[in-house]
Design a protein around this ligand. Structure first.
Ligand SMILES: [Zn+2]
Length: 236
């Protein structure tokens, strides 16, 4: 693993649930991590951070024309940011379009690409976030607060909600494949209803706590500055 990849690659040491660790391995194989992070230039890294910070501060992305030519294409190729119709449509964990996954922090409302992305925002921005997700079966909103440590749930309207993390073949864009199967359900029963329409789908049935751990593992490093110690310094 080269230096850049180690620095921004997800922090495997955070997981304390074996199921989360297993899900992490299934979702982000080494090859996919390398495609995302290896040899990321300082310019591309800075552009990526600026895009993410715009969602956090303004609830919306910057105009892609503000960036030097080629940066958008490289971020798309790495499946970090996607541009549609000349606009930034998403930069994981954020979606420009409204989704079923809303995140609020310091008065700003953001939308996440999927449930795991919404749950991982607190770890990425190191601020308390309020997450609200809609059950795909009954459209009941479920709310929880994730503390600034990115791992602690301080209150949840539906403590028995389930987070399904589907494992799918990821092409060039996880948002169009994997993320469509990462949902939060009001109850085990509604997860079962949804799964019964998708026989044979592989995935992990997680508690809210496990979903938050997985989100934190994936996103904690996304906004880490190059000068800060990366996971390679923390990991064993
Ligand atoms: Zn439901």
């Amino acid at each position: 693993m080269n230096k850049d990849q180690g620095r921004e690659a997800p922090n495997r040491s955070l997981a304390n649930s074996p199921k989360v660790d297993e899900a992490m391995s299934a979702l982000l194989a080494e090859a996919r991590l390398a495609a995302r992070w290896s040899d990321l230039s300082p310019d591309v890294r800075a552009a990526h951070h600026r895009i993410l910070r715009a969602y956090v501060e303004d609830g919306a992305p910057p105009n892609i024309s503000e960036f030097p030519c080629g940066i958008g294409a490289e971020l798309s190729q790495r499946d970090l940011v996607h541009i549609r119709d000349g606009k930034i449509a998403l930069a994981y964990p954020f979606s420009t379009a409204v989704t079923d996954f809303t995140v609020r922090s310091t008065g700003v409302e953001m939308h996440a690409v999927c449930a795991i992305d919404a749950l991982g925002v607190a770890a990425m921005i190191q601020r308390e976030t309020e997450v609200s997700c809609l059950c795909p079966i009954c459209r009941t909103p479920m709310a929880l607060t994730v503390a600034a440590d990115g791992l602690t749930i301080t209150n949840a309207t539906d403590p028995t909600a389930r987070v399904w993390t589907g494992v799918m073949e990821v092409g060039s864009c996880a948002a169009d494949s994997q993320c469509t199967s990462m949902r939060m359900f009001c109850s085990p029963e509604h997860l079962e209803v949804w799964r019964s329409d998708r026989p044979g789908m592989r995935g992990f049935d997680l508690t809210l706590e496990e979903g938050v751990q997985l989100g934190a593992e994936i996103f904690r490093a996304f906004l880490r500055e190059a000068a800060e110690p990366g996971p390679e310094a923390i990991d064993t």
